[in-house]
Design a binder for this molecule. Structure first.
Ligand SMILES: [Zn+2]
Length: 86
């Protein structure tokens, strides 16, 4: 299991929010043969805007080690960032 920090520009309020994601992985022997390097995988799911209190559909790029497969991603936390230049 990995904890991943993802920062993204909110499509609802325009500010940057920082999300803590919990990534669950399971062993995947097939991918170990295919790749010896870390792989990137895009995750799309529901994120929460703390300013407006609404959900939006966002995405995050996750890094996977060889021999791993993602079995689940959970957004466990969000921080409201100070807008750049403020
Ligand atoms: Zn927002």
């Amino acid at each position: 299991m990995h904890e991943v920090v993802n920062t993204q520009n909110c499509p609802l309020c325009g500010a940057l929010h920082t999300y803590n994601l919990k990534v669950e992985t399971t062993p995947d022997p097939d991918t170990r043969k295919l790749s010896l390097r870390q792989r990137r995988r895009k995750f799309a799911g529901a994120f929460f805007c703390p300013v407006l209190g609404k959900q939006f559909r966002g995405s995050a790029t996750l890094l996977l080690s060889p021999g791993e497969r993602i079995s689940g991603v959970t957004v466990v936390g969000v921080e409201k960032d100070v807008p750049v230049g403020a």
